[in-house]
Design a protein around this ligand. Structure first.
Ligand SMILES: Nc1ncnc2c1ncn2[C@@H]1O[C@H](COP(=O)(O)OP(=O)(O)OP(=O)(O)O)[C@@H](O)[C@H]1O
Length: 359
């Protein structure tokens, strides 16, 4: 489990020319945490990681590491190592030489280096690969070597920038479990960048959802999935129905002109809101049992469930159900009050951005 605060990003702003990539970003990362920066392309994930690693200087703000201001320190003076998407192994060196590279620069003894190589290869399940050349290894194996090369330096933090991005789906999934195991065995902090929400949900203790240089939400995978803070997060993490609606009073919302019971409070009377409902939280029932009726307009078999579109109240609802309703079926829509998530409509980015203290 994650421990105390290890890294504190305080008011980080970063511009490239006129492009404000990060705007007054606050975030802390705990010891032994698997924290993932998640968001669409260009939202500032890699820039955040590079600022933590010391590869990029912020225009303003501070990076605090273990209580010490490291904002001005170069990467090699920070207690961390980075693994990039491209493995960047030295092609002319053996695997052992690749792993030993950083340790030789630090002038470690031969026995120390040999022990470390053995230990690291065992950790990444590639024992006996010492004398192989990088080009004789698969993409997944090369990425494991890149990780082995990073961990022999005993970093407190491993920064991983889309390390599985170049691998095919099956290998990526296997490597996700490998990374979780590795992190638990090493007992260090992993900061991971991805735009793949499934990868983030699978591996992370904490997910930081970013958009356009702002943090949208920080929380556990369960919190991010089940209680998205706004429509952007709901839409980015899994599939959702996002429907402009009106809050009538506490516990009652009008969705497409039909009244639904809900549990959310603290919204104004007749306040316009966005309602978010996950496709798996919609029950299709008999027309006469529901006040909101519609017709199934499409149907796809997905293995574990059927994916349907239902036109009801002028809205195309996405529904996942284990029961089959053929196209043309007339159905009623039913949603448990606990599964109706009500969100303020987005206003300015500043108001939307969450600080870590809120989770
Ligand atoms: N060195 C640079 N010079 C100019 N602009 C840059 C530089 N690095 C990043 N940017 C810009 O900053 C923005 C954020 O880039 P960043 O790489 O942090 O995004 P990202 O969320 O990691 O995206 P991706 O998933 O595509 O890598 C982008 O608009 C990018 O073009």
């Amino acid at each position: 489990m994650a421990g105390g605060k290890l890294i504190d990003l305080m008011g980080i702003t970063k511009k490239f020319g006129d492009n404000v990539v990060l705007d007054n970003l606050d975030l802390y990362i705990k010891e032994n945490e698997f924290l993932t920066l998640l968001g669409p392309s260009g939202c500032g994930k890699t820039t955040t990681l590079r600022i933590i690693g010391g590869f990029e200087n912020p225009d303003s703000g501070k990076v605090i590491f273990d209580g010490k201001d490291v904002t001005k320190l170069p990467p090699n003076e920070r207690p961390l190592n980075t693994v990039f998407q491209k493995y960047a192994l030295f092609p002319h060196m053996s695997i052992a030489e690749n792993i030993a590279f950083g340790l030789k620069i630090k002038k470690k003894s031969k026995t120390y280096i040999q022990d470390k190589i053995k230990y690291a290869l065992k950790l990444v399940n590639l024992e006996g690969f010492e004398n192989r050349s990088p080009d004789s290894l698969s993409g997944g194996q090369q990425q494991r070597i890149a990780i082995a090369r990073a961990i022999v330096n005993e970093p407190k933090v491993l920064l991983l920038d889309e390390p599985l991005g170049a691998l095919d789906l099956k290998l990526r999934q296997d490597m996700q479990y490998e990374l979780i195991r590795l992190k638990n065995e090493l007992g260090i902090t992993f900061i991971y960048v991805t735009h793949d929400q499934e990868e983030a949900l699978t591996m992370s203790d904490t997910i930081v959802v970013m958009n356009q240089g702002y943090i949208q939400q920080v929380g556990t995978p369960e919190m991010i999935y089940n209680e998205p803070k706004n429509a952007f997060v709901a839409d980015f993490i899994g599939e959702s129905n996002i429907i402009p609606s009106t809050m009538l009073e506490d516990g009652l919302v009008s969705i497409l002109g039909t009244k639904f019971a809900c549990v959310d409070k603290d919204f104004g009377k007749n306040q316009p809101v966005d309602v978010v409902i996950r496709p798996e939280d919609i029950d299709l029932i008999k027309e006469e049992e529901s006040a909101l009726n519609g017709v199934v307009t499409s149907l796809i078999f997905k293995g574990v469930h059927y994916e349907m579109e239902v036109l009801a109240g002028g809205h195309e609802w996405l529904v996942h159900s284990t029961d089959l309703f053929p196209v043309g079926s007339k159905v009623g829509i039913k949603v448990d009050p606990f599964d109706i998530h009500i969100m303020n409509k987005p206003q300015s980015e500043d108001e939307e951005a969450a600080t870590p203290d809120e989770y």
